[in-house]
Ligand binder design. Sequence first.
Ligand code: NAD
Length: 290
Amino acid sequence: MSTSENNATITTDSVKSPVADKRVIVTGAAGGIGAALATELIARGARVVLADLSPAVTDTAAALTASAHAWVGDVSSVDGIADLISFADDHLGGVDMYFANAGIIGPAGLGDSDGDWDAIIDVNLRAHIRAAQALIPRWQKSGSGYFVATASAAGLLTQIGSAAYSVTKHASVGFAEWLSLTYRDDGIRASVIAPMGVDTDLLRASDSDGPAQSAVTEAGTVLTPSVVANVALDAVEVEQFLILPHPEVLDMYRMKGSDYDRWLKGMSRYQNRLNEATRLNEETTHAGND
Ligand SMILES: NC(=O)c1ccc[n+]([C@@H]2O[C@H](COP(=O)([O-])OP(=O)(O)OC[C@H]3O[C@@H](n4cnc5c(N)ncnc54)[C@H](O)[C@@H]3O)[C@@H](O)[C@H]2O)c1
């Protein structure tokens, strides 16, 4: 952490992070980006509830300090969120920051059913809306609060091979954007984290989607969760809205905005190349098995 004094930059570990002493909930924190965010928050002095459907979150929290608490449950349901916030009230004395990070990859292609879409809309979008509905009125009263959504570069560009992931991540960016401008004068802040590939279970689970995974791993460096968490917390400390752990996403986003049709044609050509590579790969695998 650095500070400027008399035109000199002094670097000192003794400067307190703006997140120090904050009472924070991180969802989807059993592993991956959520566990890394919780680790980084604690390193900067925050007190954290790690929430996840997976009971493994208990071990993740236990491996951190005594300021980490684990909550197991569904962060996409209204009842789950109410229970999680009440748990944080009991263990931390309140909630200053909420990291809506839990996410799922959802169905490939268009998906086959309403059920496929309901599941991903619940986790990747409604979970954010429901948490905000529970927290914003409290934060308006106290005059501060911070909502951080983990969306994806797929929320600014698109996710080749997965409509539901693309759509829900766009919606998550839109929701965070709306929160940010609507409650700014109430002292409430929002940020959105929009990485490309990160080395986690979610990325590995998209393996079966063929082009969807190649699109992520080929487009840029696959980062570690801790790099993403570090970049994200540095940005949150200065209340930056759009957090891009892969800075090149900004160029891609600008290219899209400057000529939408050209961008769409380019993405379509890129998708065709990925489909062809997947087909050749499958042929080689089948030939090897014969
Ligand atoms: N890995 C990537 O390449 C990548 C890129 C961009 C954005 N993201 C986003 O980052 C976020 C974190 O994902 P990750 O990559 O760390 O993957 P991950 O699978 O390691 O983490 C997601 C966690 O969310 C939890 N979860 C899912 N549904 C839940 C629910 N209803 N209630 C509580 N917990 C639930 C899972 O159990 C899991 O632990 C997601 O929103 C994802 O979309 C990931």
